[in-house]
Design a protein around this ligand. Structure first.
Ligand code: SF4
Ligand code: SF4
Length: 139
């Protein structure tokens, strides 16, 4: 049966960027897009033209050749203070906090899982809820 983990510990590890290098897409809310644009000194339209692939229901960062995210550099995330909602909330994503198996699978490559203070399951589910609100139709 798919049950939540018994306990959750998490503390992001300084210098680590492994989650930014996983196969997948970085989806943006409209607010993520506006904030990132301001941060890099572009208008929302310019930012979108340069970095975003938009379909009818979603927006995601275009993938550059040879790496997963255009903003990942040797120092870490180039837009860290305004990083997209899904990046900010990782690893408290619905399918991870709702499944012990998925949480443990993610712990194999995210060295922050299992570290730090105990996170109350209620608090983790609240963050997961924020993901559901930010990306309607995804979960
Ligand atoms: S993989 Fe885990 S520890 Fe590493 S940066 Fe991402 S969240 Fe932090
Ligand atoms: S936007 Fe930043 S945090 Fe998100 S995947 Fe790209 S480099 Fe990583």
């Amino acid at each position: 049966m798919n049950s939540p983990p018994d306990s959750l510990r998490f503390a992001c590890q300084p210098g680590c960027t492994r989650c930014c290098d996983q196969e997948g897409f970085v989806y943006l809310t409209e607010e993520d897009l506006s904030k990132a644009a301001v941060f890099v000194g572009l208008t929302a339209q310019e930012f979108e033209a340069r970095y975003v692939y938009r379909t009818r229901h979603q927006r995601r960062l275009r993938k550059p050749r040879g790496k997963q995210c255009v903003f990942l550099n040797s120092e870490g995330c180039g837009i860290h203070p305004v990083k997209p909602t899904q990046c900010r909330l990782f690893p408290f994503w619905p399918h991870l906090v709702e499944s012990r198996r998925e949480w443990e699978k993610t712990a194999k490559w995210c060295p922050g899982i299992g570290q730090g203070e105990l996170v109350q399951i209620g608090a983790a589910l609240e963050r997961a809820e924020e993901m559901k609100t930010a990306y309607p139709g995804f979960f």
